[in-house]
Design a protein around this ligand. Structure first.
Ligand SMILES: [Zn+2]
Length: 453
């Protein structure tokens, strides 16, 4: 009797194992088998079509379901044959690309591994429909909005954009049981107060301002908790809860209200990690959810990991902070020419130098382009943190192209304070070579001279 009991238990465990992979395993799978090979911010509509051609060759159903304003094709990919309807869409904001590549990798892997017991179970449980890159015109311009200059994610009610009309139609025609709204957030978004970057932020999206719950939203809370537990193995301390104020015109909120409870995944950035690492994190999150829905493990998951996430914050983190720099050639105010107008600022070598902190931020650009680094703030920035902080107290700092003031490029010459420099010299760099030069976010001369904090 005992032996039979043992065998039964053993078989049950074996059966469960067949349907369970760890997050580490999914990460290893992605490392080995991902087909996306371009940094997501460099994936153009033509590259997406190449990816989709690869999916077609694998036998996946790829359908053009609509067109953008500029007549670019918008595609939906379908996989699986089960009754649970799972809908995932990415890049409704053109410059928010990470999940597009992750969806491609997920679909390719599922299709290639149909004989795997777990994948069979997922296919029998659900049908997935995915729209990678809902806003191809925005992608081409690398901007949030569509060609009309409208934010598609504020167009869920007015439906003035073809992309929003398509998204609503795809939902209404199919009535999915769960939706995944896939975005990117600013690279300097933090988990609560700085300095921890929010590499991934998650939100179970309510369908009304009163935050009325439902079985679908409670399931989403459990699923999102599983995403948290999976991702914590790779990015502990870098997972946040996205701000949850209700937005009456946004798609996530309305999808939930229309009967498709939504999970929002916002990919941020992580110092020292590239965009592809974040594709992997998305892949792990997606596979964790699909597995959980397929083997039912979400039902016994506590919602606590999600509920105890710290909320997103912004404004407290910059890319570069130079502490206590002695700044030469600040903006020197001159008398306004029009009474009441703000004084124009001109460079003045006669203005006294000032000791202050300088904060600089990297602008968002495609990975293949050089991203400008601009001055964000100058002053006592004790409450601000930098991903890179330097002790500039032993240096005079001179702006290469004129004035040290917000919105100017952060292009700096650093001179050790004990050096005698004629700041009025016509060709300062030639006559007085700087000890270190910071340009486009890099030390192009004298790396390590200004000590890191
Ligand atoms: Zn977005």
């Amino acid at each position: 009797m005992r032996l039979i009991g043992f065998c039964f238990l053993f078989n049950l465990i074996c059966a469960m194992n067949a349907y369970t992979q760890t997050a580490e395993k999914y990460a290893a799978i992605w490392d080995k088998e991902h087909i996306s090979h371009i940094a997501p911010s460099d994936v153009r509509h033509a590259d997406l079509k190449n990816y989709l051609d690869q999916l077609k060759k694998l036998g996946l159903a790829v359908n053009e379901v609509g067109r953008s304003n500029a007549n670019r094709e918008i595609y939906q990919v379908e996989w699986g044959k089960g009754p649970l309807k799972v809908f995932m869409w990415s890049q409704m904001h053109g410059d928010e690309p990470t999940a597009t590549s992750a969806l491609i990798d997920m679909l390719a892997w599922l299709q290639k591994n149909q004989k795997n017991d777990l994948v069979k179970k997922i296919a029998d449980t659900m049908t997935i429909r995915a729209v990678p890159m809902l806003n191809p015109d925005g992608e081409e311009m690398y901007q949030r909005r569509n060609l009309q200059g409208i934010d598609i994610n504020r167009d869920a009610v007015d439906l003035k954009t073809p992309e929003a009309r398509l998204l609503k139609q795809l939902r209404d025609d199919w009535s999915p049981a769960i939706g995944f709204n896939l975005h990117n957030q600013g690279a300097l978004t933090t988990v609560g107060r700085a300095p921890s970057q929010a590499a991934i932020s998650l939100l179970v999206v309510y369908g009304d301002a009163a935050k009325t719950t439902s079985p679908g939203l409670e399931r989403n809370t459990r699923l999102t908790s599983q995403i948290v537990l999976a991702l914590q193995k790779f990015i502990p301390g870098h997972i946040a809860r996205y701000g949850d104020q209700y937005t009456a015109t946004a798609f996530g909120d309305n999808f939930t209200a229309w009967g498709t409870p939504v999970i929002l995944i916002e990919t941020g950035a992580l110092y020292g990690k590239d965009e592809m690492f974040l594709v992997k994190m998305n892949f792990v999150a997606f596979m964790t959810v699909l597995q959980s829905l397929a083997n039912g493990e979400e039902a016994s998951q506590s919602p606590t990991p999600y509920l105890s996430l710290v909320e997103n914050s912004s404004g407290g983190l910059v890319n570069f902070l130079f502490r206590r720099a002695n700044i030469h050639v600040m903006a020197a105010p001159v008398a306004p020419t029009v009474p009441g107008a703000a004084p124009p600022t001109v460079p003045s070598v006669n203005a006294p130098s000032t000791v202050a902190d300088i904060a600089a931020v990297t602008e968002r650009r495609r990975a293949s382009l050089i991203a400008p680094v601009t001055i964000r703030n100058i002053g006592n920035l004790t409450s601000v943190r930098g991903l890179e902080e330097y002790d500039a107290s032993g240096f005079n700092v001179y702006q290469r192209f004129g004035i040290v003031k917000p919105d100017e490029l952060a292009e700096f010459f650093f001179y050790k304070k004990d050096r005698s420099v004629d700041w009025t010299a016509a060709d300062l760099e030639k006559q007085f070579p700087p000890d270190a030069v910071f340009s486009s976010g890099k030390w192009i001369k004298g790396s390590g001279v200004v000590p890191k904090m």
